[in-house]
Ligand binder design. Sequence first.
Ligand SMILES: *[C@@H]1O[C@H](CO)[C@@H](O)[C@H](O)[C@H]1NC(C)=O
Ligand SMILES: *[C@@H]1O[C@H](CO)[C@@H](O)[C@H](O)[C@H]1NC(C)=O
Length: 330
Amino acid sequence: MVAMKTSCSLLLVDLIVWFLLLGNVLSNEYTTFKKLVLPPSVTGPESAVFDRGGEGPYVAVADGRILKWQGPTTGFLDFAFTSPNRTKKLCDGTNDLKLGAICGRPVALSFNYKTSDLYITDAFFGLLVVGFNGGLATQLSGGYKYFSGIDVESYTGNVYMTDASLTYGIRDMTKPGFKPDSTGRLLKYDPRTQRVTVLLTGLSGVGGPSVSSDRKYVLVPEYMNNQIQRHWLQGPKKDTNEVFLTDCGSPKNIKRAANDGEFWVAVEKQVQESPMLSEPHGLRVNGSATVLQTVPLPQFLNMAHNVVQESNDALYVGSSHSDFVGVYTN
Ligand SMILES: *[C@@H]1O[C@H](CO)[C@@H](O)[C@H](O)[C@H]1NC(C)=O
Ligand SMILES: *[C@@H]1O[C@H](CO)[C@@H](O)[C@H](O)[C@H]1NC(C)=O
């Protein structure tokens, strides 16, 4: 009985995957897909960033390392790590969150393009920074429950990061029956004063934020509220917030697109025919919250916490559940 049920639902998954692939080929751009495969047993590239010279992607993975893509013959190599007590012997290839306090769990990455410093949020070690030679990162601010997203605004050097919760950490999220609360925050780190200030509170399932290319505002996704908020940094509405976009699915991460003033939002949409399945998409939106393009990401079906990063006419997609970075090209 149980076995039959399993195979039926697997068949359904197959059908839906084929349906998505077919729809993708017929009607959308970014239809060519390839994988940048992580080293053996390494998973969870929740970020994919490029440096000032266009090298990368750099990815933060579940075993506590930040890896850099060196091209197809070499693959990914070690670049940096966040925990002073991390050893390669104990940590390489692990995804055991019980080891997180020893191995680290960097989650999101963002370069300051003026200084070439790489800023890192780590679920155990808060905010860190590492120079362009990599190695052990330096902690700038700690003592938080669970830092998730990050975006550096390179003109001022200000760092915007999101704190998922005041009450739960990354380890709590894997416990049965876990539900995120509404105590997430948007924070700012000022490198001149080295102080962290709170910009926005009461966020529900907050993901990776993104500052607009004109530096006037920052967008903040709330995946539990199925909405994106806009926090104004400049202009007449400075220091105020407004709802920017709703009804777009469940937004996980936002990144600036190559076109000035546009963003890529990684969202999950419930599959109509099968509510247990969530189907990820990349949405390209502009500063008026107009959705300009929707790209299905069928290879990431049912993988949570995706990120969509545009670079050189390609979309690089990472996920907390994959053992690869996906690259979509036209
Ligand atoms: C690293 O290990 C030492 C010795 O066990 C311990 O005192 C220290 O707190 C650890 N550091 C971190 C950041 O966990
Ligand atoms: C966003 O796109 C819409 C539709 O093309 C356009 O009308 C609007 O002016 C755009 N907004 C911005 C800020 O570019």
